[in-house]
Design a protein. Structure first.
Length: 115
């Protein structure tokens, strides 16, 4: 079992930056692939960024070059650095942990980008 707690969301002006954190507890963090998803009002949840247990990363086309995902296994924490934020980045951001058939979710943190 893994518990995930996101933090770092808030209100920011377009062009600004935020750093989201997701603290994990309850299992061997380093074995999990960690993902950030987001869900905007009226839209489906979408994958924003992923970091594997080996450290490989990939990103949605809409955030490439602006967002950076990273993980600190010693702190059991995954981060999402978001730069050059746009109004279309407004969403609830969710942390997700995956290992084989295990799939865990945090409750989300709201990011609002004002234009």
């Amino acid at each position: 079992q893994v518990q995930l707690v996101e933090s770092g969301g808030g209100l920011v002006q377009a062009g600004g930056s935020l750093r989201l954190s997701c603290a994990a507890s309850g299992s061997i963090f380093s074995t999990y692939a960690m993902n950030w998803y987001r869900q905007a009002p009226g839209k489906q949840r979408e994958l924003v960024a992923r970091v594997t247990s080996g450290g490989s990363t990939n990103y949605a086309d809409s955030v490439k070059g602006r967002f950076t995902i990273s993980r600190d296994n010693a702190k059991s924490t995954v981060y999402l650095q978001m730069n050059s934020l746009k109004s279309e980045d407004t969403a609830v951001y969710y942390c997700n942990a995956q290992f084989l058939i295990a799939d865990y979710w945090g409750k989300g943190t709201l990011v609002t980008v004002s234009s």
